[in-house]
Design a protein around this ligand. Structure first.
Ligand code: FUB
Length: 512
């Protein structure tokens, strides 16, 4: 794809990215730590913010973008992010796209209960890209790729999709140029001709970034368009200024323009020559998503999603938004007394999230790793126990620490072999002390095994003092069962024979 635009100015930024090895414990940007997650495309649906991102591989090939699939995360509190799998890859578009790489920027939206994920890929047998769409009944899939690209041609990358108040959907896209077209009501094909926006206008897109060898001015508009509407005003956010890119925006009172340049909204991304992002409103707050190269090992081809909160001005204009390491404040607490996915994470080190729409879990757990979960509300009564669903080939220990990675240990879990890395079992741990109030918790690990992971971690849940019936997850996906509940050890056959309420350690425990 467009090697010439990118491959020059970046080696310096790329190498700078490798210097970023340590992160302060309060840092929340980048927000996903176990994978590189460029080109964020947030989407709000009900009480959940879905984050559709691209995926820069851990190993960069040919000193260029190495991108083989697309990922999904979600949040309800803006600080804990749940991995929802890798729902689509180039294989989703096997009917028309080059396979194995070039899974570039995308955006997904829901319409009438169906999810439409517009993506960039290279046309099979060609050097130029096209924009395709995959559709599903759920945000995490399974997705089916539509058989043909919607559009194809040089610089046809970075789709953004927008549905106007009258129900007409539009697709915008482009690098070094901006095109748009109406979408059919089925969202899978175009319903009209392709229009080109006049990005050569300084009034529309800001001061020229320079002049080419023929003296022709170069547009400030670069790529990564992001279209939405507030009231009667259409907003177009985009990466601008050439590489390294910054973020700017323009507005219009008609979807067909003319657009009016409104200014810069973010500076040049740190450690990355691209910045691709977009803003979204969620639960009364406004957030700007973008990417940088600041995750350890990161750089221009290993970029990661970040988010900042901003307050739109009374006249609708967007203020200049500074980058922070701190990121955004939580907008909700996390309830430890319901089952929480292990892959719901604020920050982590070493581990990897795995799985798909059928279920996700945490793997690649090593003795030096940790998982931080933020803003956990233990309430005023507190907890007296916890359980975790794990699968393990060997022995390991998990410690739960309070408020810092080296903080007080509040709980321990001893894990024996469950019979295999996918033999899931719910184990009860030991709560060392009662916990009340709102805290961050850290899961830390120890153990010795030659396997790639100490164990696999699916979910966890605390038990509130006084709630005398604990529901232990049914063993539907366990091949073997081994419970320790409130200190009482149940063998596989005992657990198999148990149905109904048993007394364990003075507490009533319901095995379903
Ligand atoms: O991620 C590959 C490309 O880099 C995207 O399509 C552009 O927007 C830039 O972020």
């Amino acid at each position: 794809m467009k090697t010439s635009v990118y491959q020059t100015a970046h080696s310096l930024l790329l190498s700078l990215g490798f210097l970023c090895l340590a992160r302060p414990s309060v840092a929340q940007n980048p927000i996903i730590c176990d994978r590189y997650t460029p080109d964020p495309a947030p989407y709000v649906h009900g009480d959940t913010l879905y984050l559709f991102v691209d995926h820069d591989e851990d190993v960069t090939e040919n000193n260029y973008f190495t991108m083989k699939d697309w990922l999904l995360y979600s949040t309800v509190d803006m600080v804990n992010w749940t991995y929802r799998g890798t729902p689509i890859s180039s294989a989703t578009f096997s009917k028309w796209a080059k396979q194995g790489n070039d899974c570039w920027a995308a955006q997904c939206i829901e319409r009438n209960g169906r999810w439409f994920w517009y993506t960039t890929a290279t046309i099979a047998g060609q050097a130029y890209p096209g924009i395709g769409v995959a559709y599903a009944n759920n945000p995490a899939g399974p997705y089916r790729g539509y058989t043909k690209p919607l559009v194809q041609g040089w610089f046809y990358i970075d789709p953004t999709v927008f549905i106007d108040d009258d129900g007409q959907a539009y697709l915008f896209w482009g690098n070094n140029g901006l095109w748009y077209a109406k979408l059919s009501s089925n969202m899978l094909t175009l319903s009209g001709s392709v229009n080109k926006v006049n990005t050569d206008s300084e009034a529309a897109f800001g001061p020229y970034k320079g002049y080419d060898d023929n003296g022709k001015p170069k547009t400030n508009f670069e790529e990564a368009s992001w279209v939405y509407k507030i009231g009667d005003t259409y907003y177009l956010e985009y990466a601008a200024g050439g590489v390294p890119e910054h973020m700017a925006y323009s507005t219009a009172t008609n979807i067909n323009g003319p657009w009016t340049y409104q200014g810069k909204i973010m500076g040049q991304a740190e450690g990355s020559f691209t910045i691709h992002g977009g803003s979204v409103r969620f639960k009364g707050h406004e957030y700007m998503f973008y990417h940088n190269g600041k995750l350890p090992g990161g750089g221009g081809y290993k970029r990661s999603t970040c988010v900042e909160e901003f307050v739109r001005k009374a006249d609708g204009s967007i203020p200049y938004i500074p980058f922070t390491q701190k990121g955004v404040d939580p907008i909700a607490t996390l309830d430890p007394y319901v089952s929480q996915e292990a892959e719901t994470i604020n920050q982590s080190s070493g581990i990897k999230c795995m799985g798909d729409y059928k279920g996700c879990w945490v793997s690649n757990i090593h003795a030096t790793d940790y998982i931080k979960v933020r803003n956990v509300d233990f309430g005023s009564i507190g907890a007296d126990g916890f359980t975790a669903v794990v699968a393990s080939e060997g022995r390991a220990n998990m410690l739960i620490k309070l408020d810092s990675r080296t903080g007080r240990t509040i709980g321990t879990l001893r894990i024996e072999s469950t019979g295999g890395a996918e033999e899931w079992t719910e184990l009860a741990g030991t709560l060392v002390q009662n916990v009340k109030g709102v805290h961050d918790i850290y899961f830390t690990f120890s153990g010795t095994t030659s396997a790639a992971t100490l164990f696999n971690f699916d979910s966890w849940q605390f038990h509130e003092i006084g709630s005398d019936i604990k529901v232990v997850r049914p063993a539907t996906r366990q091949a073997s069962i081994y419970y320790t509940v409130g200190g009482l050890k149940l063998t596989e056959s005992e657990a198999n024979n148990q149905r109904g309420i048993i007394i364990a350690d003075g507490k009533k425990v319901l095995l379903k």
